[in-house]
Design a protein around this ligand. Structure first.
Ligand code: ADP
Length: 268
């Protein structure tokens, strides 16, 4: 696996492709004709000042944006070639393939650690076609917790409330819950915003480790974080995509002077 920042466009096939995506809240346009490719198995960071549309863009990828009253989206979002906005696409099923983690951990507060991870598997199981042979539930829960780097910390606490975990552990539990249903894409919206430095480090290490097995898209206002964890960085400003390039190039040789002004701290 290449180190973050060393990937080059063309290293792997695009997994998520946005084309002329426009997203609005009523008459207020938040995302303006953005076209962007996120390559399979790599980490794409989306950076830009607060309010530039990063979160809105992310929420269009799993169609969470449309859950806001008055919110609209047009243009195209394709995942592995399939149009997310095509008629007949079930947003609930889509959100299993496209997991999401938010700023604040969102474990199910009345569920145990085990049941938090099992919940998604059970819901997906109900929707699974007959004849699907899956590993036993406990094995799948363990595997998801292993992938999220949490197993050793919680293996003796599976029956405890998820709320008994630290904030950072809760965030990794949410990542385990998303991973349990084997998504192809994982969206992370400022995933360390509410965490202390150690919790932040663990999430950043995890993002690094998950590269290769899932396509990751991370929204962050923290440029150092983008530089540490991502292969490709996209810079947004006022709803527009200004520039997308290998992360190292964005931070050392940006093409657009607005990108340079932002990454050198001259605004934002
Ligand atoms: P970022 O993630 O870059 O901080 P957002 O996508 O959250 O930006 O916001 C983009 C724009 O959309 C901002 O002007 C913000 O005020 C507006 N916006 C975000 N969420 C809502 C909402 N639920 N209703 C109305 N406007 C919103």
């Amino acid at each position: 696996m290449t180190e973050p920042g060393k990937a080059h466009a063309g290293d792997s096939a695009p997994s998520v492709v946005l084309h002329d995506l426009v997203a609005a809240y009523g008459s207020r346009t938040a995302v303006r004709k953005v076209s962007l490719e996120c390559q399979a198995g790599l980490v794409t960071a989306i950076i830009g000042p607060s309010g530039c549309g990063k979160s809105t863009l992310l929420r269009c990828i799993n169609r969470l944006h449309e859950s806001v009253p008055g919110a609209t989206a047009r243009g195209s979002v394709r995942i592995d070639g399939h149009e997310v906005y095509a008629r007949g696409v079930d947003p609930i099923a889509l959100r299993r393939r496209v997991g999401m983690v938010f700023q604040r951990p969102t474990p199910f507060p009345t569920h145990t650690v085990f049941d938090n991870v099992a919940a998604g598997i059970r819901a997906a199981g109900e929707a699974a076609t007959e004849g699907t042979r899956a590993a036993p539930l406990a094995d799948r829960v363990e595997r998801a917790l292993q992938r999220a780097g949490l197993w050793n910390e919680v293996k003796d606490r599976l029956k405890q409330s998820a709320l008994a975990l630290s904030g950072g552990q809760q965030q990794r539990l949410c990542i385990a819950r998303a991973l349990a249903v084997e998504p192809t894409v994982l969206l992370l919206d400022e995933p360390t915003a509410s965490l202390d430095p150690l919790g932040t480090l663990r999430i950043e290490e995890l993002v690094y480790e998950l590269r290769g097995s899932v396509t990751l898209i991370v929204v962050t206002h923290n440029m150092q974080q983008a530089a540490r964890v991502s292969d490709v960085t996209a810079f947004m400003l006022s709803g527009e995509l200004v520039e997308r390039a290998p992360t190292r190039a964005i931070f050392t040789t940006p093409r657009d002077e607005r990108t340079e002004a932002y990454v050198t701290g001259r605004f934002g």
